[in-house]
Design a protein around this ligand. Structure first.
Ligand code: TRP
Length: 340
């Protein structure tokens, strides 16, 4: 039997996750578990690259995020679920790869330039923040991963990872690291309740852990067709924020009925908001139930992370042995030669 291909992905630990994270990544991660050997990790050191001034929430955020992952179907029996900082090999390889990564490659990553300009309340002109893509490369190659399921926004990071891998393999005359390939998540973009991209920092997100009451509140705030002023005006589902959500979570016959009744002014926006809130709540109900169990049993969550991180370290230890060897840093081997 050929060895199963390896999938690896991570999320920065920013706390509870929202429907954008779910449809943009997590749902796909869950499905990949059937076909690959999967590693999924909480990128807490990556969170530190921008939140270094106040790291007090990072550990709690990690736990909240992992509880969401498991509630949504990541299975610790099938996937290795771990925390980046619990696998210190990430730090050693980060140092080694930082030696071979040209500054110019990092400075021209589009997300770097964008964030330096756009995020004004944090000073991101640090060594660590510039090195974000190097650390991300390490996350991948330490596990010798073949496929990396990510959103389109990560394309430039994956590209630089491939460049660093090629440079490493070339410099040290090795074929050791596979060139990782992105598996872009096939999903419609998930809007927030204001119609912009759903994002925690925009304050427009619906979290997987939101209660039915909160979901209803948020649905009530959604924008509908701005030209539909009166209940008797016909609406246009194609410009309606609510309808984008129906396309994500409602069964086809409901989508079809809502569109038809909206165009004929048979269903009003308020009723449609209540309907969507109900469908969303039902969709999230099994996750809510599972989360409630895990919240009561945090030791189990912690054990999952300890065990996952232990398994991760087994894999990274093999990688580091090879890396030290091809880079001539294998002191045992050198000493044996000297004494022989
Ligand atoms: N940069 C990714 C994001 O913001 C998170 C991440 C860190 C990651 N390391 C990774 C994703 C390794 C894939 C593989 O979403």
């Amino acid at each position: 039997m050929t060895e199963q291909k390896i999938v690896l992905s991570g999320m920065r630990t920013t706390g509870r996750i929202h429907l954008g994270n779910y449809f943009g990544a997590l749902k796909n991660w869950v499905e990949l578990q059937d076909r690959y050997r999967c590693y999924y990790f909480a990128a807490d050191w990556h969170a530190l690259t921008s939140d270094y001034a106040d790291p007090s929430q990072i550990a709690q955020n990690t736990i909240d995020m992992v509880i969401d992952w498991i509630s949504a179907g990541l299975d610790p029996e099938r996937s290795t679920i771990f925390v980046q900082s619990m696998v210190p090999d990430h730090a050693e390889l980060h140092l080694l790869l930082s030696m071979i990564t040209p500054l110019g490659w990092l400075e021209r990553v589009p997300t770097y330039k964008e964030q330096i300009q756009q995020i004004e309340n944090k000073d991101l002109s640090t060594y660590g923040f510039l090195g974000y893509p190097v650390l991300q490369t390490v996350d991948i190659v330490l596990y010798r991963a073949h496929f990396v399921p990510v959103g389109e926004d990560q394309a430039s990071h994956l590209e630089i990872s491939r460049e660093i891998v090629r440079r490493f393999n070339h410099l040290y005359n090795s074929e050791f690291f596979p060139e990782p390939q992105a598996l872009f998540t096939p999903t419609a973009k998930v809007p927030g309740i204001d119609g912009r991209k759903m994002s925690k920092s925009y304050g427009n997100a619906i979290n997987l852990s939101d209660s039915p009451e909160v979901i209803l509140q948020k649905c009530k705030q959604m924008f509908t067709d701005p030209q539909r002023l009166k209940r008797s005006d016909p609406g246009r589902p194609e410009v309606c924020n609510l309808y984008d959500f129906h396309k994500l979570v409602s069964p086809p016959e409901i989508q079809e009925r809502v569109a038809r009744e909206c165009r004929a002014a048979q269903i009003g926006c308020v009723d449609d908001k209540k309907l969507l809130a109900q469908i969303l709540s039902d969709f999230l109900e099994p996750m809510r139930r599972r989360r409630a169990e895990l919240e009561r049993d945090r030791d189990t969550v912690f054990d999952i992370l300890l065990e996952g991180s232990r398994k991760a370290r087994e894999r990274t230890a093999e990688t580091m042995e090879m890396v030290r060897s091809v880079m001539g840093l294998d002191y045992k081997k050198v000493l044996q030669k000297v004494t022989a």
